[in-house]
Ligand binder design. Sequence first.
Ligand code: KIV
Length: 268
Amino acid sequence: MEGVRRVTTQTFRQMKARGVPIAVLTAYDYTMARILDRAGVDALLVGDSASNVIAGHETTLPITLDQMIYHAQCVVRAVKRAFVIVDLPFGSYQGNSQEALVSTIRVMKEAGAHAVKIEGGRTAVRAIENISRSGIPVMGHLGLTPQSIYHFGTYKARGKNPEEAEQLREDALELQKAGCFAVVLEKIPASLAREISTSLMIPTIGIGAGNACDGQVLVTHDALGLSTDFNPRFVRRYANLTDVTTKAVENYVDNVRNRTFPSPEESY
Ligand code: KIV
């Protein structure tokens, strides 16, 4: 990847202006991040979904800032082109806007990330303003915000009634005003996501929000068929790596048992 041009927040603005959709996937480790970067993904999100797909927790709440920084370091080391965004985990920014900035600075300094993502609408505005005023790009996240699962009590789609839809429209504008360079719209009606995407100057990145968003994001483990027990309608499986891996490993176990591995050519 000699001479590759790095993706920046300016690239995203230009892509929105030209109507070129932005492709985003999550990444948590060096090996996968290297593959995704080389395959042309524009941005890698070190999501707090690591709490689910890497650590096996039921929610995203337990993952810590130190753990997010570790994942981000692994991803940043692999990437030559993609823009790396890191989720601020639950408990690392809600206290006040100074706490949010201190956590962000740790992510930027210790991992070498390019931006952070924060969940929430008007409640997150102060934190977003403080971070973006310090010259650090912030991505917003509206709609289904998994860190608030115990407040909502369900992972159902958001913005389906007029009041909630209006709140999301207003929150999106607030996030733009606060300085976000982009905003994730998770699990909201496609018509509402289209409306919000048209009303904003900054790109929207959808997950379960229809195809009118300025870009799309999926959890890589879902897209590659590694997390088979999570089957919402918005996930498209681009591969079945659970099947591929299971067959390969069964074959390996078999070869070890019958002593066909290693062969003389694979021995010294
Ligand atoms: O943590 C994550 O993976 C996310 C995406 C689902 C947007 O926030």
